[in-house]
Ligand binder design. Structure first.
Ligand code: BYC
Length: 342
């Protein structure tokens, strides 16, 4: 129903056994060319892109839930309008990304079925609860900050439809990050002691899960080497994590919050901030479905899908009617009118 480009027959003509196609593909990757939907591509390249883009799309959709929880509780009209706009942006990001993934030959319905059945992953970060208003600002500052760090290099990813979708997403993420920082700064500079404590508590809870967002360490990341070779990934998990820590330490000083890591020290030789050990057992537990909010998040997405069934049915009925030849449409219209007037 939603599919934009399911005709992958041209791209699939020839296979890995055709060395000419593989050589041309490799040369284009080496030259930094974009690969487009109808170009020939190795099956594993297609599979890897589908995995990453659909996970990314799912993350945007599930990512609406923790903040959506606060729309009705926002403290002022201004903050409510900003939050509403941000959550709508996330829905838009999910839609661009599902559309980009569809160009690789999988329908949105198939991708959503994988999410709803628990077969597909989404970012670990959205399995943590939003306990106070300060969590909303902290998600903007740290979660969106980490997302931008990860996503700007994807604007140069080798697959054209994904790279182009990321350009607009990154611009919007940048607004998201700033609004979060601004909200926290307002509480830290003009707020009460209780508000400052609330901000510090939120930062304490979100810091470590944000460092996990970048994925496992490079030497334990099974997909990194091939992803880098194909130009899907441009910068490694550990490098991005380090860049994020370096930026966040400076921003935390401006905000006046501390980061919950006693091992955080400036390393003059490396010209980077050293940081403490990440609890990877917690990360894998959350990724494996056993985080604080995994069940709640998935149940909310499944409910939204089921509640929207009538909209999909109505849209399909409308599309069928539009596709019917004109006389049949006229007749159908008359039948509808006689039903109403009977
Ligand atoms: N959470 O070999 P690795 C947002 C999985 S949306 C869950 O390093 P790869 C926002 C990984 O999938 C943010 N799973 O993998 C939205 C793999 O498992 P599979 C979402 C994770 O692909 C709303 C396994 O661990 N951003 O910011 O080379 C409101 C081994 O990992 C995570 C994206 O999706 C994780 N954190 O690298 C606010 C960006 N990390 O698939 C904000 C696009 C790893 O083999 N994605 N895993 O079963 C990427 O850049 C890459 O896919 C990753 C992982 C860096 C995430």
């Amino acid at each position: 129903m939603y599919t934009q480009s399911m005709d992958t027959s041209a791209a699939e003509r020839g296979g890995p056994e055709d060395p000419g196609l593989q050589r041309r593909f490799d040369a284009r990757i080496d030259a930094g060319d974009f690969i487009e939907a109808k170009d020939w591509m190795p099956g594993d390249y297609r599979k890897t892109l589908l995995r990453q883009i659909s996970q990314h799309a799912h993350s945007e959709f599930v990512g609406m839930l923790p903040e959506g929880h606060w729309i009705a509780r926002a403290p002022t009209l201004k903050r409510k309008a900003i939050l509403l706009a941000k959550v709508q942006d996330e829905a838009g990001h999910g839609l661009y990304l599902y559309a980009a993934a569809e160009t690789l030959g999988q329908s949105r319905d198939q991708m959503l079925a994988a999410l709803h059945s628990g077969r597909a992953k989404y970012s670990s970060i959205f399995n943590y609860p939003t306990l106070s208003w300060a969590d909303v600002g902290t998600i903007g500052w740290l979660v969106d900050g980490a997302a931008i760090m990860n996503q700007v290099p994807i604007c140069r990813c080798s697959y054209g439809p994904y790279a182009r979708a990321m350009i607009r997403i990154c611009r919007e993420e940048s607004f998201h990050q700033r609004q979060g920082f601004d909200s926290l700064l307002t509480m830290m500079q003009g707020g009460s002691a209780a508000q400052r404590e609330m901000v510090q508590d939120a930062v304490n809870r979100w810091w470590w899960p944000c460092l996990m967002m970048f994925g496992p360490p490079d030497d334990q990341s099974p997909n990194s080497a091939q992803g880098m070779r194909w130009g899907i990934k441009r910068v490694s998990n550990d490098e991005l994590r380090q860049k994020f820590v370096d930026a966040a330490v400076v921003q935390a000083k401006v905000l006046g919050v501390s980061l919950p890591d006693p091992d955080l020290h400036w390393n003059e030789a490396r010209q980077h901030w050293d940081f403490g050990a990440i609890d990877w057992a917690e990360f894998w537990q959350v990724v494996g479905g056993d985080g604080p909010c995994n069940q709640e998040r998935l149940a909310a997405r499944v409910k939204a899908w089921n509640d929207g069934a009538w909209v999909r049915e109505a849209a399909l009925a409308h599309a069928r009617r539009q596709q019917a030849p004109a006389p049949a449409r006229r007749q159908q219209g008359q039948e509808d009118i006689s039903e109403v007037t009977a």
